[in-house]
Design a protein around this ligand. Sequence first.
Ligand code: AR6
Length: 169
Amino acid sequence: MPERIRVVKDDITTLHVDVIVNAANESLLGGGGVDGAIHRAAGPELLAECRTLGGCETGEAKITQGYRLPARHIIHTVGPVWHGGAHGEDQQLASCYQRSLKLAENHGLRTIAFPAISTGIYGFPRERAAQIAVREIQSFLSDHELPETVTLVAFSDDDRTILQRALDG
Ligand code: AR6
């Protein structure tokens, strides 16, 4: 269903979608990478709401308001730290996509944007992560009407190529 999934190169904090996904850590209290960018752009009210959530386990997801972002909501998910691939990393990353999409559906959200979860500070190999992302999103969309469209957000030209190649199969 290529018409429901697209790849863009952009700063995810600028996107006008119903919900953006944050690649967070288990504390949900902010960090570097896309997490830092989202907290900076959303403003301090985001950290205040995150403090009420009690953290988040790896592979799970929690939702907040978007505050000063153009996006109405943020889904915070915690990807796995890469430890070589034999420690359940693939399943945990797949779970991030599944749980985030389910949460978006439960909230009636139509448009969602994902960063390349775990592929920065957490060190997950980018091609492998892109294949998991595309596979899980296609699987979810094939039997759910919501979300209607999913944007895969690359932060570099290389990442855009990797994501587009995974999408094109
Ligand atoms: N828009 C889109 N993508 C971005 C942006 C942005 N503004 N900034 C970075 N990326 P990372 P992780 C890309 O490291 O690997 C944090 O400290 C980046 O190029 O943000 O899941 C958390 O608190 C990469 O492709 O997340 C955790 O401790 C992708 O986003 C830890 O990092 C993910 O890179 C999570 O590590």
